[in-house]
Design a binder for this molecule. Sequence first.
Ligand SMILES: [Zn+2]
Ligand SMILES: [Zn+2]
Length: 239
Amino acid sequence: MFQTFLDSLLSLTFPQACQICENSVENYADGVVCRGCWKRTRIFSGNEVLCAKCGAFLLEGKSVKTFCRLCDEHFYDRAKAVGIYEKALAAEVIELKKVPHLSRTLRELYYSAFENSDFHDADLLIPVPLSKKRRIERGFNQAEVLGKFLERKTKIKCDNKTLARTNHTPMHRAAMDRKAREMTVEKAFEVTRPNLVEGKNIVLIDDVFTSGATVSACAEILKKNGAVRVDVLTIARAV
Ligand SMILES: [Zn+2]
Ligand SMILES: [Zn+2]
């Protein structure tokens, strides 16, 4: 409903210039970039070798089960993204931090990434929470926009209350050793209603997967509270 309303509202400002190459965006469904820029964006198709756990892009070619090993200590089980954080996907991620709207092209790609994943038996979708301060500044959480969209498509419940940021203020980082820094990340999240995650398969939802430290910290606290499996679904994977 809200999505449809925004669609019609935003279509009034059409046509607009592509945010990457400044050609005209012919199709409203393509969001802030033109078709050509979408075509030049690497969308994962199965014809690339990705780390089977964190989804890191390793090389072009026939998909084989490989692990990058850099993610061995991460607490989530598997992370999947629509494609590489570049061109159209990067522009759409940046736009999503400004406007709580997903272009139709992005919606289709994000849903198809879910469809082609092994996450279908998930019990819950959980968007990575923003800090209270950031949430107030932005007015919305972009991960929640993705989570709510996926909830409508899949009928899997999107829960944006159970995982929260703590108000823990870290001490001066330079003064901390590695152990202390790890403890700070660990304490950045809390589970407010453990009974809702116990025994559940969860898909964490976020816009970008960068180092994986944030989703790993989320997965750790969810598993400490009894979650069985925690997977991650993002729009884009940084290289
Ligand atoms: Zn373009
Ligand atoms: Zn990996």
